[in-house]
Write a protein that binds this ligand. Sequence first.
Ligand SMILES: Nc1ncnc2c1ncn2[C@@H]1O[C@H](COP(=O)(O)OP(=O)(O)OP(=O)(O)O)[C@@H](O)[C@H]1O
Ligand SMILES: [Mg+2]
Length: 263
Amino acid sequence: MKFFGGEPQHLETEEKPHSAGENLETQKEKALQSLEIERSVKLIGNANNKRINEVFLVELHGDGSAIFKPASGEKFPFDWAGELYKNERASYLVDKFLGFNLVPTTVIREVNGEIGSMQEFVFESTVGLEIDDKLLKTNYRDALKKMWVFDYIVWNGDRHDANFLVNSDGLHAIDHGLTFVREHIQPSIYEDFYDESMPEDIIRNLEQFSDSAEQQNLLRQAMLEILNERTVDACLKRIEFMAAILKKYKGVIPKSLKPSLNY
Ligand SMILES: Nc1ncnc2c1ncn2[C@@H]1O[C@H](COP(=O)(O)OP(=O)(O)OP(=O)(O)O)[C@@H](O)[C@H]1O
Ligand SMILES: [Mg+2]
């Protein structure tokens, strides 16, 4: 049994963490797109938290596991049901082009005739809510700051402590069905990070991205395949705005700007 016992199976396609500007389809994307599905198990949640939208754990032939969310299993929110899987992929694209390395590789593909998002499975992880707040803020401070900037850029309406995982590789942001679509919610955990230096790599990556018309265009084109122009351009504007803030204020987001970030 590979899912719940024995040795965890990672997607074996070894590759370096993606860097800002990387735009080619990665080996992991290709694997998630094309590997045969050996088995699929529906995750049902627990008694206190019945899952509304369908989530499947799938086993890929010979090479790891993934989380599949079919469009047909999206029930909530009603006005966006059937579209959420696109936001999962678009959020991954933003992460990939900005080189944030927070979001597990995510593609769109069909499984048994159903289209949906497929995301690399994060093994041996603990969900955020199981970690003490103080410990989280000490051990994962830079990653949380990064996720704050990322959540602003993708306009995440659903970041809470059950929507990120940590393991020995660091922090992994999951569940991006409710990005781009509605009110942006700032979890209280981010409040501490105003007026504090942001991690250097994201300052550099945002600067590089905002200096490269080519990268902006590539991300724009990739996102336009799945989202509408208004949504995509609003996202690119948020990237530009965030890059400008970090440049102007030397790597910090001043608390005085809180209203401009629409929190
Ligand atoms: N990439 C992943 N790797 C490992 N586990 C994952 C991954 N994505 C999702 N999960 C697991 O599946 C659960 C549900 O996934 P997700 O939060 O994306 O869906 P959801 O529809 O919002 O469900 P919920 O209502 O429980 O939040 C997560 O809490 C996590 O345990
Ligand atoms: Mg969730």
